[in-house]
Design a protein around this ligand. Structure first.
Ligand code: GLY
Length: 426
């Protein structure tokens, strides 16, 4: 079986790694891929956000199955276009991907189907924002409606900050994504991610995962795509897990009632409030870096699960998970998420990968013309350790981090501490 994976981050390296271990022994292609996927797949250059181009390439190269990593190709309809040609795809069609592609769509769905989330108002002008903020005050959360590469969300402590964020949107900082704005209630509590596989009927939750979105230790600094992650999450007890699972099930049922056959991963970004879990956001895909800890713990053959999702027979699958925990530290280029250099030589990966339980997933890496592995993005590597306990996983991951070198490397030193504190071990 010939499989094309779209995307080029740590998430896609983790997906390609898991697929390469499948009993089906697929032949793998990845676009654009990175320095890590190059060892397991053929990296190919395709404009992954051009559905007609992807469909033509897939036909010409006799691809049997397409796995979509990031949201952008889903939102522009890559799965729809391949579906017309009868090529099975892992990832929802454009109608379903709106759950991530439009905050207004997601909020409206949740409101109509009574899915717990913060109160909100759609804002069409700066004046409307002024009027609404006079009513509700701060803190509030301001979100550009569309995809803004993770930059369109501002937690505003004051009305002035909120209005500045609204102005940025309407001034075009996020392009068309900011033409509509959502102002949301600010909710308090620990956050966690729960992702589920779904074929539009059956919903199989994965393990809860704890992302770390801020750039610096103790959750300080600007928001990023994620600086580290672990799974499972000790603060998520059985009741919270059951409530989040029920929310994902209700969301898939709500989409179905609206005529949307949603197949792929539904990612719930949750906050655990005193009133129970509420939805902060939905994503229409695997999380990054969540995938880099979830797939190393998944025992079931990933390709069997993905094919069952695409073919609408997920009810036949039972997910099994390895004992223990997984923890991943993101190594970033200094200056990320704002301005950073590319092209620095990366060393020490072989030594790091020899530590028990450690896998180093590549994100922003490339092979330069002289054959050297170099940095090629903001988030460069994900150093993932699987171990029986959080303290052991932390120790293995940071031992590996100490062996890796590139100019101006930045990482958080506190990944896993929240888990240790929740267990009274730190
Ligand atoms: N880790 C956050 C995301 O994937 O959107």
């Amino acid at each position: 079986m010939r499989i094309l994976v779209l995307g080029g981050g740590g998430r896609e390296h983790a997906i390609v790694t898991a697929l390469s271990r499948s009993a089906h022994k697929p032949e793998l292609f990845c676009s654009p891929g990175n320095g890590g996927t190059a060892a397991l797949a053929t990296n190919v250059e395709i404009n992954v956000e051009d559905p007609a181009f992807v469909a033509e390439w897939v036909e010409r190269n006799r691809i049997d199955f397409v796995v979509v990593g990031p949201e952008a190709p889903l939102v522009v309809g890559v799965a729809d276009m391949l579906g017309f040609d009868g090529v099975p795809v892992f990832g929802p069609r454009a109608a379903g991907a709106q759950i991530e592609g439009s905050k207004a769509f997601a909020k409206d769905l949740m409101e109509r189907y009574d899915i717990p989330t913060g109160g909100y108002r759609l804002i069409h002008s700066y004046e409307e924002a002024e009027e609404y903020l006079r009513e509700v005050g701060a803190p509030v959360v301001v979100k550009a409606d569309g995809l803004a590469a993770g930059k369109g969300v501002t937690v505003a402590e004051t009305v002035e900050d909120a209005l500045n964020a609204v102005r940025l949107c309407f001034d075009g900082a996020f392009g068309p994504a900011g033409e509509l704005v959502v102002i949301e209630e600010f909710l308090e509590g620990p956050e966690c991610s729960l992702l589920a596989f779904t074929d539009g009927e059956t919903v199989l939750p994965m393990l809860p995962a704890q992302d770390h979105k801020r750039a610096y230790d103790d959750d300080q600094g600007p928001n990023t795509g994620g600086m580290g992650v672990y799974a499972p999450v000790p603060v998520v007890d059985d009741a919270a897990l059951a409530a989040m699972t029920a929310i994902l099930e209700r969301t898939v049922a709500a989409l179905k009632s609206d005529g949307i056959d949603y197949r792929g991963v539904l990612y719930g970004g949750f906050i655990l409030t005193d009133e129970g879990p509420k939805v902060l956001e939905f994503n229409a895909r695997f999380g990054d870096p969540e995938t880099q800890v979830l797939l190393p713990l998944l025992e079931t053959d990933l390709l069997d699960v993905m094919l069952a999702v695409a073919e609408g027979r997920l009810g036949e699958i039972e997910l099994t998970w390895r004992d223990g925990v997984a923890l991943s530290v993101v190594l970033a280029a200094g200056g990320y998420p704002v301005a950073y250099d590319k092209g620095a030589a990366i060393n020490g990966l072989d030594e790091a990968g020899r530590i028990e339980g450690v896998t180093v997933y590549h994100a922003g890496t490339a092979i330069d013309p002289t054959g050297r592995l170099v940095t090629a993005g903001g988030r460069v590597l994900n150093v993932t350790a699987v171990a029986p306990s959080f303290s052991e996983a932390r120790s293995r991951a940071y031992q590996a981090v100490d062996l890796i070198r590139f100019d101006n490397m930045h990482y958080r030193t506190d990944i896993g501490l929240k888990a240790l504190r929740a267990r009274g071990e730190a």
